[in-house]
Design a protein around this ligand. Structure first.
Ligand code: URA
Length: 429
């Protein structure tokens, strides 16, 4: 005999009520067991989307999702652990240089990552463009590599970690209930707390290419997650960062790996380097190394050494040639002037339509598809100058990708103020 009826819980939230601890514990557990039907959970998710949850409900919802599965425990590792999580963006390849950079200071980085869905890319999809690299590691392999190997793993989160979130996230994705602060905060933090990291740095994206389109919403999400992490004993800090234009000069799997390797070699675009360094400083400060010279570790090859070991440890060949696309198409400037805009969402959708992303979670992705960016907003361009190169293995994808870019590359006469720092704000408790 079940303790509650799902319909009563749906009605309570639909009418603006506050759910009790017992109702939340039951509904998450019963949903994981398949007793609460998908239709019922989708109605409840929509009621939460429309009426919200208070701080206590969010915390209880998060705890219930953690309890739906296993918890990893890194306490016995000989190194402190520091993790980072990004809320997702376009051209966001930061995890790739960041994990080895932080690990080069003797801090273990358990980067349990996901695949891309919709216009935002997934870290695992990017790394899978490296021949031989595998995303699935056993818990034993993760512990060994973190404690006694190169100190960094970027791998798929196992099925045992917060299974309630896995089901719920897939449901939210098809019911228009993703971009909701209580549901995003509990989804991300349940996985991160279950993962067992000592400290967590959150990269909360703001702008057209992010879930949070304005800074107030991003601040609310960041504060909610910092509170959840801190209350669970995880040292948690958030940076609010710009996602109104794509990050760096590449969008798409193999193209982004190439750019990440440039950063590890001491080069790479300014915004990618700036954000990598800012997040590395936060992670190392949380792990007890506030004065670490992170720039030196990129310059002198220490971070690159860890990258090469990390890729090899997961079966990849760091020297392998990355796949290239069968077809390319250049987008050129229509007149002389200053490039005024490049909307991150539109570029993300175009890259997705070229084959870099997936519409359903079982779809394959093209390793070589994506977009190279040769001019960013604020830069002067000349008529006929190449601004973008689109890459795909299927030529018939170009028209829809170009449609997505329609109107985003505006060129004007007046100078555009230089873009400021990619980091807007820091939130800690
Ligand atoms: N990433 C997650 O893991 N969950 C969300 O709800 C949104 C982004």
């Amino acid at each position: 005999m079940e303790r509650f009826d799902a319909v009563d819980i749906i009605r309570a939230k639909r009418d603006g009520g506050v759910l009790t601890d017992a109702q939340i514990d039951w509904v998450i557990d019963a949903y994981t067991r398949g007793v609460v039907a998908e239709e019922q959970m989708s109605a409840l998710a929509m009621a939460i989307f429309l009426n919200g949850m208070n701080r206590h409900e969010i915390a209880r919802w998060t705890t219930a999702m953690i309890s739906s599965g296993e918890r990893l425990n890194f306490a016995s590792l000989p190194r402190p652990t520091a993790d980072k999580h990004s809320t997702g963006g376009v051209g966001d390849k930061i995890t790739l240089p960041l994990a080895p950079l932080v690990a080069s200071f003797g801090v273990a980085v358990p980067q349990l990552s996901g695949r891309g869905l919709g216009h935002t890319g997934g870290t695992l999809d990017k790394l899978e463009s490296i021949p031989g690299w595998r995303a699935n590691l056993s818990n034993e392999e993760i512990y060994h590599e973190l404690g006694y190997g190169c100190g960094a793993v970027i791998c798929a989160a196992g099925a045992g970690l917060a299974p309630a979130d896995k089901k719920l996230y897939a449901l939210r994705d098809i019911t228009g209930t993703v971009d909701c602060v209580p549901l995003i905060a509990s989804s991300i933090m349940s996985k991160k707390i279950a993962e067992g990291t000592h400290s967590l740095t959150l990269d909360v994206k703001v702008g057209s290419g992010a879930f949070m389109k304005n800074i107030d919403k991003a601040r609310e999400l960041a504060t909610t997650m910092v509170d959840l992490g801190t209350d669970a004993g995880v040292t948690t800090v958030a940076l609010l960062t710009d996602m109104s234009v794509p990050l760096g000069r590449t969008v798409g799997n193999a193209l982004e790996v190439r750019e990440a390797v440039e950063v590890l070699a001491g080069g790479g675009p300014d915004d990618v380097v700036e954000l990598t360094l800012a997040l590395a400083r936060e992670m190392l400060a949380s792990a007890g190394q506030p004065d670490a010279d992170v720039e030196a570790a990129l310059r002198d090859g220490r971070a690159m050494d860890v990258w090469r070991r990390m890729i090899r440890a997961q079966g990849g060949d760091p020297d392998a040639v990355l796949p290239t696309s069968r077809f390319t198409h250049d987008v050129v400037a229509e007149c002389d002037g200053v490039l005024e805009d490049m909307d991150a969402l539109k570029v993300g959708v175009a890259s997705w339509r070229l084959g870099a992303g997936r519409a359903r979670k079982e779809d394959p992705v093209q390793a070589a598809a994506g977009i190279e960016i040769f001019a960013k907003p604020g830069e002067r361009v000349h008529k006929g100058q190449k601004i973008l190169t689109l890459h795909t293995d299927e030529e018939d994808r170009f028209p829809r990708a170009l449609e997505a870019l329609d109107g985003t590359l505006t060129i004007g006469d007046s100078p555009v103020a230089p873009r400021g720092s990619v980091v807007f704000e820091r939130i800690a408790r």
